[in-house]
Design a protein around this ligand. Structure first.
Ligand code: SF4
Length: 181
């Protein structure tokens, strides 16, 4: 039976997913071994039940990220924090330096102080997802089985991790080039 694979895009730049697409011919091997049941690259609106393996790109930045992440955890057996934004917060977490009332300070900085024309903050009425007061790495919100660092993780590293997980072995991160052995 094929592995049910999902990939999720939270607060990230999509660079990790671009690196995933750089798997080149391994994508053909993957197509034989998995069903891609949810991803930015497939047109499925609702995160499905009974996912075997889910790669999560990006940090947790807003209420929508928080909601989908809890659903992903409840419906997935194994989660991978996919890339440095998911692992540490990385680039989106740079806004955490704006201190308490972080969300309001960030909106003030972005939409008022740095605006050249029509300074106005986005409506906070649910149409635009509200920012969290602090950007969080994925493991601060839900339990994560594996961490795949890199900005983005190189395709060879993604391949090594996914291949080991598909083979049912415990992935190992070792070596000077952070390659999986
Ligand atoms: Fe983009 Fe790097 Fe974050 Fe991946 S880890 S989403 S490449 S900034």
């Amino acid at each position: 039976m094929k592995i049910r694979l999902a990939t999720v895009w939270l607060g990230g730049c999509a660079g990790c997913h671009m690196s995933f697409l750089d798997l080149d011919e391994f994508l053909i091997d993957l197509a034989d071994a998995v069903d891609l049941v949810y991803s930015p690259v497939v047109d499925v609106k609702e995160f499905p039940e009974n996912v075997d393996l889910c790669l999560i790109e990006g940090a947790v930045c807003n209420v929508d990220n928080l909601e989908i992440l809890h659903k992903v955890r409840a419906r997935s057996k194994v989660l991978v924090a996919f890339g440095d934004c998911a692992v540490t917060g990385n680039v989106p977490a740079m806004r955490n330096q704006f201190g308490i009332d972080n969300a309001d300070n960030v909106l003030q900085r972005a939409y008022i102080e740095n605006a050249q024309f029509n300074p106005v903050k986005p409506r906070q009425d649910g149409i635009v997802p509200a920012l969290l007061e602090r950007v969080l790495p994925v493991h601060e919100v839900v339990y994560v089985e594996h961490f795949l660092p890199g900005c983005p993780p190189p395709a060879a590293r993604i391949k090594a991790l996914v291949a080991q997980l598909l083979a049912g072995t415990e992935p190992k991160l070792e070596g000077t080039n952070l390659k999986f052995g």
